[in-house]
Design a protein around this ligand. Structure first.
Ligand code: GDG
Length: 483
């Protein structure tokens, strides 16, 4: 029987070693959260890195690491500390990530990063080839593995290969600045089907293919000498029921069962009953517009002093890529901004910003989603943004307002949110006022429409649509062979 082989940089589980014992925890992040349910319910294996470098795994535990991963139908790829440095922190996060998010000034063109990126992509491809059997579907994910599709194709020309890019694909004018632009495009074109979150990213990719590689592009097909590659958009959804159910369960909790965080949130409601909570959740990343958001909140308080003591920004920033200098600088900038604004506006009973710099368990995310009145998500660029969708799924009373950056892929499907330009503080400030004063009936009306759409376009549908389209490419290939 055929299976699906999923390949991503990280596995959906993270393994760590405490006192010579293995600890397995779920990975946090968009891709892992999204695909986990597809993997759990389907016939698939997942190939990726566990989070431990070869040097960190004592020989006595090496087999156990493999075994623990296999229990979850996962296969671990072994990477050394040097490989992680050059491939992950280097080329992936200092070259491709900033370039694809239009942060050209952060983009480093370092030859040694590129060399190691190629080597590590080959390692992933080799691991796939070990597990691949004819008839399997191979599904490669994201910007860390752009070369893997073609590396597999070279050894298994008949393989059915899909590639999905979780981050934006930049316009040709930006992409063309990459020194290794041809190799990157050729790497991805090893796939039969290439998916993006939005139609815009799809068009940008096709425009680069036609202008850089001079290949024939007809609507959404690229003609190679011996194959046709399909390119399409598949906006990723969430496990809607999981979030909705978690919110429903949350409201059933007795006061003894609820978390310390929820107690703290309740205390806020009791002591300042008219005060509203504004929520933001993201990885601490310069693409997420966290500094802009804090400045816009300051702008809002400056211009609307009647909201002092009446509103609070609850901000969860999850530590991410803290080895990369820009992330370290951003962390310092955010610490300073939060300190300055809390110093400027705090009163004896009130601090305007509650800032959490950590990862939280799922139950606490639900506490935050359900207790806040407004979600303020202001990425400068974002492939999709699942947090926006999760917030809406947890609003089981249909109240609450989402303010979302128009630079997030999710904004294309979420027109009922208040859409803003993340660089326009004045606009964010008026969006906050509009959200805080929005009549309940209007909130309910907007959310019901959003919920209906998100429920329908769940992550399960996203994955099934992609796999179905991938299988169709095989049928098309068979058809064209028989002509
Ligand atoms: C990339 C693209 C695209 C966050 N903090 C915690 C936590 N999370 C979960 C959220 C959500 C996920 O992580 C974050 O997803 P996003 O989509 O918002 O962002 P990225 O991590 O940047 O993801 C993005 C995505 O891939 C999918 O294609 O949407 O554009 O950049 O699911 O709930 N989960 C837990 N604790 C936390 O503290 N448990």
């Amino acid at each position: 029987m055929s299976k699906t082989i999923i390949i991503s940089n990280r596995l959906p589980l993270q393994i760590s070693i405490e006192d010579n014992n293995l600890e397995v925890t779920p990975s946090v992040g968009g891709l892992a959260t999204g695909l986990k349910s597809f993997h759990r319910d389907g016939d698939s294996i997942w190939i990726g890195w566990t989070g431990l470098t070869e040097e960190e795994i004592p020989e006595s535990l090496a087999q156990d690491v493999k075994k623990r991963a296999l229990e979850e139908a996962c296969v671990s790829v072994n990477l050394t500390a040097e490989e992680i440095e050059g491939f992950y922190y280097g080329f992936s996060n200092r070259t491709i990530w900033p370039l694809f998010h239009y942060f050209m000034e952060y983009t480093e063109a370092e030859l040694s990063f590129w060399e190691i990126y190629k080597k590590v992509n080959q390692k992933y491809a080799n691991e796939v080839l070990k597990h691949y059997q004819e008839g399997d579907q191979i599904w490669v994910h994201d910007y860390q593995l752009l070369l893997v599709p073609n590396m597999i194709r070279e050894k298994a020309p008949e393989a059915i290969i899909g590639f999905f890019n979780h981050i934006p694909f930049p316009s040709y004018e930006v992409f063309r600045t990459l020194p290794w632009r041809e190799e990157v495009l050729e790497g991805v074109l090893g796939a039969d089907l290439i998916g993006f979150h939005t139609y815009d990213y799809e068009r940008h990719f096709l425009s680069s293919v036609s202008r850089i590689l001079r290949l024939q592009v007809d609507f959404n097909e690229v003609t190679l000498p011996n194959r046709i590659v399909k390119v399409d958009s598949f906006p990723m959804g969430i496990d809607y029921e999981k979030f909705e159910q978690a919110a429903l369960n949350h409201f059933k909790n007795t006061s003894e069962e609820q978390s310390d965080l929820q107690n703290r949130l309740d205390h806020h409601l009791k002591t300042t009953p008219e005060a509203k909570l504004i929520l933001s959740i993201d990885r601490l990343d310069y693409t997420k517009g966290i500094a802009n958001r804090i400045r816009a909140f300051e702008y809002f308080l400056d211009r609307n002093p009647e909201y002092v003591e009446k509103v609070r920004l609850v901000m969860l920033a999850v530590p991410s890529r803290s080895n990369v200098p820009q992330y370290q600088r951003l962390k310092r900038e955010i610490d300073e901004l939060v300190g300055r604004i809390n110093g400027k506006f705090s009163t004896v009973n009130w601090t305007p910003i509650w800032y959490f710099y950590r990862s939280m368990p799922f139950e606490n995310l639900i506490d935050l989603y359900t207790s806040c009145d407004v979600a303020l998500l202001t990425p400068i660029r974002d492939g999709m943004n699942l947090v926006a969708k999760e917030f809406i799924a947890t609003r089981t009373y249909h109240t609450g307002v989402l303010i979302l950056s128009e630079m997030a892929g999710a904004s294309h499907e979420m027109n009922e949110a208040i859409l803003i330009n993340p660089n326009n503080f004045e606009q964010i400030s008026s969006a906050l006022k509009q959200a805080l004063e929005m009549p309940k009936e209007e909130q309910i009306q907007r959310n019901k429409m959003l919920q209906k759409r998100l429920k329908r376009y769940s992550v399960e549908k996203w994955a099934n649509d992609f796999i179905k389209a991938l299988k169709n490419t095989k049928d098309n290939r068979n058809d064209s062979q028989s002509i």
